[in-house]
Ligand binder design. Structure first.
Ligand code: PLP
Length: 387
């Protein structure tokens, strides 16, 4: 009976391919996981202490729906300093429960029934389901290994229709580690500028780049007015459980998102907001330390996969690598299941991130170098055994 009551929109959404896999791994003993996209570092001490102090000294009540003014000011300063983009803390910034909430609010604020949302793939798992729940249609935009998984102007142009309302953009990318440098973004901006399409730019990995500078879509000529910049504290500051993110953009859009947020959330967790102020004001040396550590792991893991004879695109951002396993004669799902069974190593099938991820596996290097080295030995043994 209850099944009949569920909404059609919920029924068509598949459970996350990442979670499904880890539920299986969780039932086994001694599994080495390189599967989850979650920093293995604890939240830096001064940030944890700021959260604790806030509970003792500042109280535990709601904040303003849009978030503490002190935090919005700190976000504004941080974005200007780090990424050269200015937002007014008074009406252009909304503090959310993670970047995840910001993506959902943005889509619900702009999508009318049947509107199309372009989703470059392979990509983070929440965008297409969020577009569908908002009443829209998710249109996959494939990216390819031959282009270093960068989005190209021609593919976008070919998929734009009068119904296209938004594009959800994630660079540095989960799961490929691809980045879009300024020239790449310029080419995309040239196409988008001609259309009324909102760019929802999820830049949660902006701090995690290796040897390049992150460019925000909002800084390109003509794009500020049509870009919603989303970021958060989970990845750069290792604050996944604090559930804090933010969205910045044109005031009418932020105001529309605030309407939804105030009814379903009220405000992001108060103590997390105080901790986040400390993160932005004093946390950057810790971020730099963690990024240097990820960079070492990145080099180890890419080298490891290439030594096994797999084609492995060099990730320039985030903390994932995306080696190709298609030459081994099995799907990415089969590969991951058989690897888990044979060697108790958990990685994620590329197909969990969209059809264009098929033939690849996502391997997170947000794990200790020791786990990475142990897993590489086991993956190599597995590959040799099936050749
Ligand atoms: N966006 C991307 C691209 C991600 O990879 C993730 C988590 O893996 C999120 C958003 C979720 O971020 P948050 O913890 O801020 O909700």
């Amino acid at each position: 009976m209850i099944n009949k009551m569920l909404s059609e929109k919920v029924k068509v959404i598949k459970p996350s391919g990442i979670r499904k896999f880890f539920d299986i791994a969780a039932t086994m003993e001694g599994v080495i996981s390189l599967g989850v996209g979650e920093p293995d570092f604890p939240t830096p001490t001064s940030i944890r202490e700021a959260g604790i102090r806030s509970i003792v000294d500042k109280g535990t009540t709601y904040t303003a729906n849009v978030g503490l003014m002190e935090l919005r000011r700190a976000i504004s300063k941080y974005l200007e300093k780090r990424f050269h983009v200015e937002y007014d803390p008074a009406d252009q910034i909304l503090v959310t429960v993670g970047a995840s909430e910001a993506v959902d609010l943005a889509l619900r604020a702009v999508v009318n029934p049947g509107d199309e949302v372009l989703v470059p793939e392979p990509t983070y798992v929440s965008y297409a389901p969020s577009a569908i729940l908002a009443g829209g249609v998710a249109v996959p935009v494939p990216t390819y290994e031959k282009d270093d998984f960068r989005l190209t102007a021609d593919v976008i142009r070919s998929l734009i229709t009068p119904k296209t309302k938004a594009i959800v953009f994630c660079y540095p990318n989960n799961p490929t580690g691809a980045v879009m440098e300024k020239a790449d973004l310029m080419a995309i901006a040239d196409v988008l500028r001609e259309h009324d399409i909102l760019v929802i730019a999820d830049e949660i990995y902006a701090e995690l780049v290796y040897g390049i500078e992150h460019t925000s879509m909002a800084t390109l000529p003509g794009m500020y007015e049509k870009t919603l910049l989303i970021n958060g504290f989970s990845k750069a500051f290792s604050m996944t459980g604090w559930r804090l993110g933010y969205a910045c953009g044109p005031a009418p859009l932020v105001d529309a998102m605030k309407k939804i947020h105030q009814y379903v959330i009220m405000c992001a967790p108060t103590m997390s907001q105080w901790a986040a102020i400390e993160a932005l004001e004093n946390g950057m040396p810790e971020v730099e330390r963690m990024v240097a550590e990820y960079d070492k792991r990145r080099q180890t893991i890419v080298h490891g996969f290439r030594n096994m004879g797999l084609s492995c695109f060099e990730p320039r951002g985030a903390f994932y690598c995306f080696p190709r396993i298609s030459d081994l004669g099995m799907t990415s799902d089969e590969f991951c299941n058989r690897l888990l069974e044979a060697e108790k190593v958990a990685v994620v099938p590329g197909s969990a991130f969209g059809d264009s991820g098929e033939g690849f596996i996502r391997v997170s290097y947000a794990y200790s170098i020791d786990s990475i080295n142990k897993a590489l030995v086991k993956i190599d043994r597995f590959i040799q055994s099936i050749k």
